[in-house]
Design a protein around this ligand. Structure first.
Ligand code: DGL
Length: 359
């Protein structure tokens, strides 16, 4: 009798252990849910021949075709796709950013979405990534990806970039890292990455501040953390915004005058980023127009066209006296993004300068 009872107990214990092991195995192989939001660009581009790597048409291939072209994706994630836009990214505008940001936040609020990949043209990819880095309100991974060769080209980089991006977006190690850019087997933080070459596949660089990791064999490897606040830790909320304040960039160079600055002021810009030479220097022929713009209430940010380094406050100009803001290490195009969002919160140059030292 005792033998039969212990035999039944053993069988029950074995069955329980088997069920637990199966559940654990299922959990261990549970694929993440990744949504791909397609916006266009070269990754969705097509050329006349397989050797056409310039002179192709961007933004022609739909999101489902992009996914079907990389069947390996379905082995690493449960993927769904949405065609948000179909544009070349030189045409990306504030209105596109607001639509995209609201869709990203709505999707990430869903418990059945673990991460998002945004396919995008490379020309303004860094700007969209930085904008989202400031307004996405989730710690879940958001990965922006593009390609330098069209989908029809020999050794097109789009498929492997997309495969890497989906892996990254579904990876727990990418949670809380801010918006990421995955290109050329590298992981870059949105704040510091820039397109550095017109056509080569290694164009995305974070130069002196450095990329934050690699993707190898589909797996992300991180080597550094970003120090500036992003996503859930920012004060910016676009959920109720239908438009962003107009902010423009005026570029400096030898012999520049004040025509561009005056035209931007006349166009009704609320803020202006000056892409100065050197350490953000203000040419004498331009400075009076910038001072007048400030006196009219425009917020002026002194940035630099050089691409690396800190634009020092009160360095090449007396910012305290002029009541200007300096861009820290942000490029002019990214300083414009932060100034736009700052102006949705305040006109105080003191507060805005704090933001440039925070994000
Ligand atoms: N027209 C450019 C763009 O959509 C093509 C460059 C690319 O996507 O790599 O950004």
């Amino acid at each position: 009798m005792l033998f039969h009872r212990s035999k039944r107990a053993f069988a029950a214990l074995f069955a329980l252990l088997f069920l637990l092991a199966s559940a654990a195995q299922a959990q261990g192989t549970k694929l993440p849910n990744v949504t791909i939001l397609a916006t266009g660009g070269t990754i969705a581009g097509t050329g006349a021949t397989s050797t056409t790597t310039v002179g192709y048409t961007a933004a022609t291939v739909g999101v489902q075709a992009l996914i079907q072209a990389v069947p390996e994706i379905t082995k690493v994630a449960k993927v769904s796709g949405e065609q948000v836009f179909q544009i070349a990214s030189e045409n990306m505008g504030n209105e596109h950013w607001l639509i995209l940001a609201k869709r990203v936040n709505a999707l990430l609020a869903q418990p059945d979405v673990d991460g998002i990949v945004i396919t995008h043209g490379t020309d303004t990819l860094e700007e969209t990534a930085y904008f989202l880095n400031l307004v996405v309100k989730s710690k879940k991974p958001v990965v922006v990806v593009g390609s330098m060769r069209p989908s029809t080209a020999l050794s097109a980089d789009g498929p492997i970039n997309l495969y890497n991006a989906v892996n990254l977006a579904g990876s727990p190690s990418a949670v809380g890292k801010g918006v990421l850019v995955a290109m050329n087997d590298q992981i870059h933080a949105a704040r510091d990455v820039t397109k550095s070459n017109t056509t080569t596949t290694d164009t995305f660089r974070s130069s002196e501040l450095g990329m934050i990791g690699y993707i190898q064999g589909g797996k992300p490897f991180f080597y550094r953390e970003v120090t500036r606040k992003h996503t859930v830790d920012t004060e910016f909320d676009v959920s109720k915004l239908d438009a962003l304040p107009q902010v423009d960039v005026a570029y400096a160079y030898a012999n520049v005058g004040d025509v561009a600055v005056k035209a931007l002021v006349a166009s009704g810009a609320k803020g202006l980023v000056h892409a100065g030479v050197g350490n953000g220097s203000l040419p004498a022929k331009t400075k009076p127009a910038l001072i007048a713009a400030r006196e009219q209430g425009m917020v002026i940010v002194r940035s630099a066209r050089v691409g690396q380094g800190i634009v020092a406050r009160n360095g090449e100009a007396n910012d305290d006296q002029l009541d200007f803001v300096v861009s820290d290490t942000l490029s002019p195009q990214k300083a414009r993004i932060l100034l736009m969002l700052a102006l949705t919160k305040t006109n105080s140059t003191k507060e805005i300068q704090r933001m440039f030292y925070t994000y």
